[in-house]
Design a protein. Structure first.
Length: 295
C-alpha cells in the first residue's frame, strides 16, 4: 500500500441492517470491508464519560492508525483473506492470481461499528471528510431481534460490566444500571423486561445520533447518509445504489446479487411481543418512534 485509501463508516443501533449492508459492499472491487474487530466497541461508551480532550484526540488518531495497520498486517495479506475477497467480488482471473499470492487492490476501506451510535462524532472527527452511512430501524424490532438473538440486558447480564451493551454502569443492588439510562430512572429500568431495556438503549442511541446530525456544520457537510432499514428491505437496489454512491463504491454485479437477497419478513416482528411489553416500550420511546416515522 503506497497511499492511504478512502475511508467510510457504516453504523446504526445493533440489528439495524449494518451487517447486511457491509456484506453487499464487500462484493465491490478494491473495497475492504471491516466490522468491529480492529477498534474496541467500548470506546464510544468511554467517550460518553468525562474524558479530557487530549485523550479523545489520541483515540481519534489511534482509530485511523489501527485501520492503516490492518492493511499492512499479515492478516490482510494472508492468502485466505485475499481469496475470500476475490470470492466475494469475482473480479476475474488476474485478481485470482493476485489473491493466490496474498495480494488485493485497496482503494477504499469501509468500517462498520454499530456502537458508534453512542458517539457518532468520534467517527466523523477521526476520519475527516469520510462519508458515513447511518442505518435506522424501528426500535421495537431492533429490541425484539436483540433479545431473541443475543439475550441482552437480562438480570444476570446486569450483574457485571462485560456485556457489549454496558461497559459502564452504576450499581444499585446486585445489578448495574447502564450509563445510558437517565439519572432518576434506575428503578424503572430495573423493573422493566429485557425487551423494554433494549428499547431504552435504542432510544439513547437515536437521541445521540439525531442531536449530532442536527448540528449546522454536520448537516451542511453532506457527509451523513441516513438509510431507513425498512426502505432498504422493501426496495434494496435503489437504496443500495445510493449507499454505494455516497461511499464512493462502484456498484457491482456482486453487490446487486447480495442486495437482491433482502426480504421483509423481519419487519414488524415486534408485534409478537407480549402486549404489556409493547405498551411499556411505546410509552418509553414515543417521541423517538414518532420522529423516525414509527407509530
Amino acid at each position: 500500500m503506497t497511499s492511504e485509501p478512502d475511508f467510510g463508516v457504516v453504523f446504526g443501533c445493533p440489528r439495524s441492517g449494518t451487517t447486511f449492508v457491509l456484506r453487499a459492499l464487500n462484493a465491490a472491487p478494491a473495497t475492504v470491508c471491516l466490522n468491529g474487530i480492529i477498534f474496541p466497541a467500548a470506546i464510544p461508551q468511554i467517550l460518553n464519560q468525562p474524558v479530557p480532550e487530549p485523550v479523545r484526540a489520541a483515540l481519534r488518531v489511534e482509530f485511523k492508525e489501527s485501520l492503516l495497520r490492518y492493511l499492512r498486517s499479515g492478516l490482510f495479506h494472508a492468502r485466505a483473506t485475499a481469496l475470500q475477497k476475490w470470492k466475494s467480488a469475482r473480479t476475474g482471473p488476474g485478481a485470482l492470481w493476485d489473491a493466490l499470492r496474498g495480494q488485493q487492490a485497496v482503494e477504499r476501506l469501509i468500517y462498520k461499528e454499530p456502537f458508534f451510535s453512542f458517539a457518532p462524532e468520534f467517527a466523523y472527527d477521526a476520519l475527516p471528510g469520510a462519508p458515513l452511512v447511518y442505518i435506522y430501524r424501528d426500535g421495537r424490532d431492533c429490541a425484539d431481534s436483540l433479545t431473541r438473538t443475543y439475550d441482552v440486558l437480562t438480570d444476570e447480564k446486569l450483574t457485571h460490566l462485560r456485556s457489549a451493551e454496558m461497559r459502564f454502569g452504576r450499581k444499585v443492588d446486585h445489578r448495574y444500571v447502564p450509563w445510558w439510562v437517565e439519572d432518576g430512572d434506575d428503578d424503572a429500568f430495573l423493573a422493566a423486561s429485557p425487551y423494554v431495556r433494549a428499547v431504552w438503549m435504542w432510544k439513547a442511541m437515536v437521541n445521540r445520533c439525531e442531536a449530532f446530525f442536527a448540528r449546522p456544520e454536520v448537516a451542511a457537510s453532506g457527509r451523513i447518509l441516513r438509510l431507513r432499514y425498512e426502505d432498504l428491505m422493501r426496495d434494496p437496489l435503489p437504496q443500495g445504489e445510493a449507499v454505494a454512491a455516497h461511499l464512493g463504491v462502484p456498484f457491482s454485479r456482486g453487490m446487486r446479487k447480495r442486495l437482491e437477497s433482502a426480504h421483509t419478513r423481519s419487519i414488524g416482528n415486534h408485534r409478537g411481543r407480549p402486549p404489556e411489553d409493547l405498551r411499556a416500550a411505546e410509552r418509553l420511546a414515543a417521541a423517538e418512534l414518532a420522529r423516525n416515522g414509527y407509530r
